[in-house]
Design a protein around this ligand. Structure first.
Ligand SMILES: [Zn+2]
Length: 219
């Protein structure tokens, strides 16, 4: 398996292409492309690499992660999957856009609602779904146990955690999702976050001040 990320839109969000090198089947995760050149860059990469996009996946419904959904649906014409608990964010996406002062096409409704009982399959790849609320109610992670990696959306970052001051955000729930759900996987799992660089579970357990007990000293 291979992954490539594109940092797009005014929020510097990571859009991932994740694909199987043999079959060339793959998925696009959080297609937040905003500017035309961003869409061109992603599409050129997909074409040049001969990747056949089978699914569009959303880690959650914040605008920086969904502002390219309309483009992705029209470009790849494949099912769009997300968790039901972020549907209100899709419905209110134009309000989100106005709040942040950006303008983009209204995102389409998902074709399939997914939860932990579902598995995402393409080629020989199976992605498990972890429901990890806190940053938003319907935040989910995509886990590839064979490759030992997780696309974590905006739950945990290198040295930081997702913000919880937006609609229905909750810091206690977020910490529980990270500590008791994501961190249940082994330390060598690689984490691909929605912003900034990749990391590992082990590194975040040791160095992330929100998660290693560092901040508890000041409480
Ligand atoms: Zn977010």
């Amino acid at each position: 398996m291979r992954s490539n990320s594109f940092t797009v839109n005014p929020f510097a969000m990571n859009c991932y292409i994740y694909w199987d090198e043999v079959s060339k089947e793959g998925v696009i995760i959080d297609p937040g492309a905003f500017e035309e050149f961003e869409k061109d860059e992603i599409l050129n990469f997909i074409k040049t690499s001969g990747i056949n996009i089978k699914l569009i996946l959303n880690t959650h419904g914040h605008i920086d992660h969904i502002m390219g959904n309309d483009w992705a649906k029209k470009t790849f014409d494949v099912p769009l999957l997300m968790h039901k608990d972020d549907m209100p964010l899709i419905e209110k996406s134009m309000d989100q856009a106005a709040m942040f002062g950006v303008n983009f096409p209204k995102p389409p409704n998902p074709d399939r609602i997914i939860d932990e009982t579902d598995e995402i399959k393409f080629a020989d790849t199976v992605l498990k779904i972890l429901h990890t609320p806190g940053h938003s109610p319907g935040s989910i992670c995509f886990v590839d146990e064979k490759e030992k990696l997780i696309f974590v959306g905006d739950t945990v970052f290198r040295g930081s955690i997702g913000r919880t001051d937006l609609w229905m955000g909750d810091s206690n729930i977020l910490l529980d999702s990270i500590q008791n759900r994501i961190f249940k996987f082994p330390d060598d799992y690689v984490l691909y976050p929605g912003h900034m660089d990749e990391t590992t579970i082990g590194e975040e357990k040791e160095f992330n001040p929100f998660l290693n007990g560092e901040f508890d000293k000041f409480a």
